[in-house]
Design a protein around this ligand. Sequence first.
Ligand SMILES: [Zn+2]
Length: 366
Amino acid sequence: MFEIKNICKDTSARVGIFKTRHYGFTTPCFMPVGTNGAVKTLSSKELEEIGYEIILSNTYHLYLKPGEEIIKSFKGLHNFMNWQRAILTDSGGYQVFSLSPLRKIKKDGVEFKSHIDGSKHFFTPESVIRFQKILGSDIAMVLDVCPPYPCSYEEADKAVELTNDWAKKSIEIAKESGVTVFAIVQGSIYPDLRKKSAEFLVNLDFDGYAIGGLGIGEPKEEMWKMVEIVNEILPKDKPRYLMGIGKPEDFIEGIKLGVDMFDCVVPTRNARNGTLYTEKGKILVRREIYKKDQNPPDESCHCFTCKNYSLAYLRHLSNINEILGLRLNTIHNLTYYFHLINKIRKAIINQNVLSFTAEFYKNYSS
Ligand SMILES: [Zn+2]
């Protein structure tokens, strides 16, 4: 299902195609986050026009709202949101641990209270795979235990043990029901726990592997150290997905270490806060200096926003909290992200990843 097309001679970067049951997408890739079945402010058509081939949505949220019955009546999320390309759904593990006001981890699953109405629910490794089958996810994720940062060695070890145990149950039910599923490597910032987790999961032969539990407050050097350790163990012929990480500079560093897939709320959330990503780095559209600026946010960008609007207008929309401003900013940021990844792919194909990296950092200030 994963075909590697090009391998970088200087780093672990590669270009590949991952074919799911109904859509093939090119890697490395970034997945815009559509938690509730919508990438905030944009339609499916707009995402397609930018070029995105895969988006991320969330089991936890869709299970609570609109719920199983409505998704079933539409024969899945693709029809419900009218998006015919690939969808990866997170299992809800991270959301249960980060959003739910109350949760109890048990041997066979996790009991939690909804952050919406306080109602009680129970997720098991099997039930989240079954629900992701109903969603019609191209890629489902296993239910995992996500300890916070910092956490003790003992707590991280316990999370690895339980995540491994649940992964075994998940792969069985996924194979039975024909669901493409990725495992999630945990282990906090403890190298031996990361190794233990990755080695166990590799033996279960998943369709792909995610690295979870990072980007939650640990120092960046620790994060990349963990990615490097894990990627040495993960099979080269399966995609690797670094969960929740996605600032422009993270793509460069992650891809060089062999990461194929990313997701992050940064480009969309920051767009709504008036932060735009450009070739030169981040800009804040509300700044006084843009008051009369007739230039687009990024001269080199060909997005709908940059082709049609000035910084002064975007600043004005932001100042009056106009919805159009949120949309235009989101279109720009997601276009910038899409093209950045595209440029990295080209650099891998042309064997100039190192010079591309040097050029990127020369222009970009984070
Ligand atoms: Zn633009």
